[in-house]
Design a protein around this ligand. Structure first.
Ligand SMILES: [Zn+2]
Length: 386
């Protein structure tokens, strides 16, 4: 693929349009213009600020190719080997924030949808670029509630592997009590930091549920704060440990909280919600502290059909077929909220996402474009199983 192929050109222009979460409009505008340039029937920005493009060809299934347009911040710009907003192609890789996670997927999907329309299909094919994925998924929550679809191809980075889901995420603040005293007379108090230390050691030794395609639940302490803050000669009266808990579907939130509570019966557990609004203020939503797991159904015609396409198309392009699950959370549960089956496949590499080494193989963009086209055509080809 030459550096000026339609996919690489669009991927570069998306990377060059900065779009940190809640300020995605420049990249959304690039995507809308691309939908129009590629002959989509309609393209618009919805109430949440998502880019929506659609190709309508009468009765048939409704399929969506989806990704998020927002990115994490650029980080230390001096640490990047190539500037994060450059979209430079160097030694076969396109560089910049969002190159892997996941503007390139949206470029592949846009070109693939136009190619699928050229081939011809019956049904409805959406390409959507959603906002705020990195901070709770306001865009996908709104999209999943407002556009009913049968199947979604989600282009989060997967190195061209088939991904069937991921664990849930629960963010828990564990408040551990103590009693304030002068640090020179600690026996008069009760040190909340030492209590936190015992809690963390017990957590480290705890056995968490494991088994099945999603692996095992994990509990990672990510923050420790003591109160009064700055009280450097005070025995702290409270410590707050934040736990990033990734749960299997059969390790539900109530079990998770009971397990954490058992480590210290006097702890107070708080699962916080966050309030988010779209850039325009038209959509406001509460993002719960519990983000559900997603696992595609085992016996499902769309899953079977996607697997057939990938088993056929990837080896034909020199890529071994592999399937598994993502280790990170995605918009999948929000996109599936009305029953859609979500199928994961993307050209990006999850290991470089969010880092100053973010880049993507240009060859993989070419392969992903062709595979997205074949996936769309296969998923749109009449009622699965018929
Ligand atoms: Zn992502």
């Amino acid at each position: 693929m030459s550096a000026d192929s339609p996919t690489v050109d669009l991927a570069r222009r998306l990377v060059q349009a900065p779009s940190p979460s809640t300020r995605e409009r420049p990249a959304v505008d690039v995507l809308i213009a691309a939908f129009e340039a590629h002959g989509f029937d309609r393209a618009w920005i919805d109430e949440a600020g998502n880019a929506v493009g659609v190709i309508e060809r009468g009765d048939g299934p409704t399929v969506m190719l989806n990704g998020h347009v927002d990115t994490v911040p650029l980080g230390d710009e001096a640490a990047w080997p190539h500037p994060p907003l450059s979209g430079d192609v160097v030694d076969g890789r396109l560089w910049g924030r969002g190159a892997s996670d996941m503007k390139s997927s949206l470029a592949c999907m846009t070109v693939a949808a136009a190619q699928a329309a050229e081939r011809g299909f019956r049904g409805t094919l959406y390409v959507t670029g959603v906002v705020q994925e990195e901070i709770g998924g306001l865009g996908a929550r709104h999209l999943g509630a407002t556009i009913p679809v049968d199947a979604v191809v989600l282009g989060e980075p997967s190195k061209l592997q088939f991904k069937l889901g991921h664990r849930g995420r629960i963010e828990v603040d564990v408040h551990l009590p103590g009693r304030i005293a002068h640090a020179a007379k600690p026996e008069l108090g009760e040190n909340a930091l030492l209590r936190a230390a015992r809690f963390l050691q017990a957590l480290d030794a705890a056995h968490l549920p494991a088994g099945g395609p999603l692996g095992a639940s994990t509990a990672t302490p990510t923050s420790l704060v003591s109160h009064p803050e700055g009280g450097r000669n005070v025995v702290p009266g409270e410590a707050v440990v934040t736990i990033d808990y990734r749960n299997l579907p059969d390790d539900p939130p109530e079990d998770v909280l009971a397990r954490l509570q058992a480590l210290d019966p006097d702890a107070t557990l708080v699962v916080g919600d966050a309030e988010r609004a779209s850039e325009s203020g038209e959509v406001r939503t509460t993002i719960p502290g519990v983000n559900p797991a997603y696992l595609a159904p085992g016996e499902n015609a769309y899953v079977t059909r996607a697997r057939e396409v990938l088993r056929r198309e990837l080896p034909a392009r020199g890529v071994a077929y592999a399937e598994g699950t993502w280790w990170f959370a995605t918009d999948a549960p929000h996109l599936a909220q009305r029953g859609a089956v979500v199928l994961g496949f993307g050209p990006g590499e999850e290991e470089v996402a969010h880092t100053t080494r973010e880049s993507v193989s240009v060859e993989h963009l070419e392969i992903a474009t062709e595979v997205y086209r074949e996936l769309a055509l296969a998923l749109l080809a009449g009622e699965p199983g018929a």
